[in-house]
Design a protein around this ligand. Structure first.
Ligand code: HEC
Length: 111
């Protein structure tokens, strides 16, 4: 194996590890902060989810219904209904990068 190939392999491995670590964090954060409403599978079939009328995040139509920026804002600042009642609380203690990873994570529910 020549040096260039070795270097490429090392870099690829490092990138893969970083990507996997990121995915792990998003999963962890989702299960910790989001799953009680949205469900671990994103379908929202939880007690809270049913009460709040949460949409099924695995549904492509639901996914088309909001933009990445909207999802980001919803996670960062929370969501309110027309009567100013809180639907979804702002996420606490999450960095912008973690929120971005969560947006991606919610996107991945789509079948
Ligand atoms: C208290 C329950 C609750 C929790 C906890 C919660 N959500 Fe939500 N979420 C809702 C409700 C209610 C809606 C609005 C109805 C819908 O779109 O399903 C919503 C909507 C969303 C949307 C769609 C945004 C849009 O603009 O339509 C995304 C994406 C989302 N939540 C992600 C998350 C993530 C990620 C977390 C964890 C950080 C989280 N939610 C935590 C209740 C919750």
């Amino acid at each position: 194996m020549n040096t260039l190939t070795k270097k490429t392999l090392v870099i690829t491995a490092a990138l893969l590890t970083a990507a996997l670590a990121n995915a792990g964090d998003a999963k962890e954060n989702f299960e910790k902060s989001c799953a009680k409403c949205h469900g671990t599978d994103g379908k929202g079939q939880t007690k809270m989810g049913q009460k709040l009328g949460i949409k099924d995040l695995t549904d492509a139509k639901v996914q088309e219904g909001f933009k990445d920026e909207e999802a980001f804002k919803a996670i960062k600042e929370g969501l309110k209904d027309k009567e100013d009642k809180t639907l979804m609380k702002a996420a606490e203690g999450l960095s912008d990068d973690e929120i971005k990873a969560l947006v991606k994570y919610t996107r991945d529910f789509k079948k």
